[in-house]
Design a binder for this molecule. Structure first.
Ligand SMILES: [Zn+2]
Length: 287
């Protein structure tokens, strides 16, 4: 996918609306309130503005209802371009950059990017096979000397994650990494028939109660025979950290999960040949 082809293909409000209608209704528009198909497009000044009337319950509705574009006043071509830019960016994009690229204010660009990231949130399917789990910290090390009256940026956001080898990753941030949290996360995301690989961190001790668990002692070795390593999840941490390093620091910690969602989504769709179309299905709330 390249950004220019999306911008060319969806350069008008009308072309964007047509795509949303196609994704959402597959040629059979219906009323979101009463599900009737007895609906008609409303044309305003000869223009398709994405509004419909229901002849059954007399409601008016828009193709954008229930999508990430609901209620927006920003032209859809800018949304589509923002999605293409975000999907294409290996290290994510700061809201300042997006604002410059699309001639938006920074707060608007930030809001759009956050909505797009929200739609990237992962679903609940279990990770299977060989699964590596690990935890890391984002937000950097404490900076500068701590002097009275000065805020020291020392807040780090812990993340816990697990990845299926050759498959998907799941990760969340947490205020604190505790054994309880680790267990909850692992049980919720990993098939108990999988093989779990972690390092020696004691937080993983309880895993042996319910899953086959191999550990690697990182003070001794990084890879053990039989493919015992956590290099896959560590590779993913590098992606997350790269994505976040380009952002404004004060947004990073409060919105860590959105950046993690973005990095996870890109990782999980890395083999897709139709990333834009795939994302649109999610954006329209039909996936
Ligand atoms: Zn209706």
């Amino acid at each position: 996918m390249n950004v220019i082809s999306i911008v060319q293909q969806f350069g008008t409000q009308d072309s964007c609306i047509s795509l949303l209608e196609q994704v959402k209704w597959q040629g059979k528009p219906y009323c979101p309130y009463c599900q009737s198909e007895d609906v008609a497009r409303r044309i305003k000044n000869n223009e398709n503005v994405g509004r419909w009337n229901c002849h059954n319950c007399l409601s008016a509705f828009k193709v954008t209802s229930g999508t990430i574009f609901q209620g927006t006043k920003i032209p859809l071509p800018k949304w589509f371009a923002a999605i293409a830019i975000l999907l294409n960016a290996k290290k994510s994009v700061s809201s300042c950059q997006l604002a410059r690229d699309l001639d938006l204010t920074q707060p608007t660009a930030w809001y759009m990017a956050m909505r797009i990231r929200k739609a990237m949130q992962e679903d609940g399917a279990f990770l299977r096979g060989i699964v590596e789990a690990d935890e890391t910290y984002i937000g950097g090390k404490p900076r500068g000397p701590k002097t009275p009256g000065q805020r020291r940026e020392s807040k780090k956001a812990p993340i816990i994650g697990a990845v299926e080898r050759g498959g998907k990753v799941k990760a969340i941030s947490a205020p604190r990494v505790t054994t309880k949290l680790i267990n909850h996360f692992l049980r919720r995301n990993i098939d108990p028939r999988a093989m779990l690989i972690t390092d020696q961190y004691p937080g993983y001790n309880e895993a042996r109660d319910w899953i086959y668990h191999e550990r690697i002692n990182h003070s001794k070795e990084y890879v053990r025979d039989g493919g015992i390593h956590t290099n896959t999840i560590e590779g993913f941490w590098a992606l997350v950290k790269r994505a976040i390093s380009g952002q404004h620091h004060h947004y990073t910690l409060d919105w860590a999960d959105r950046y993690i969602d973005e990095a996870s989504y890109k990782y999980n769709t890395r083999k897709s040949e139709t990333p834009f179309a795939d994302f649109m299905v999610r954006a329209c709330g039909v996936a």
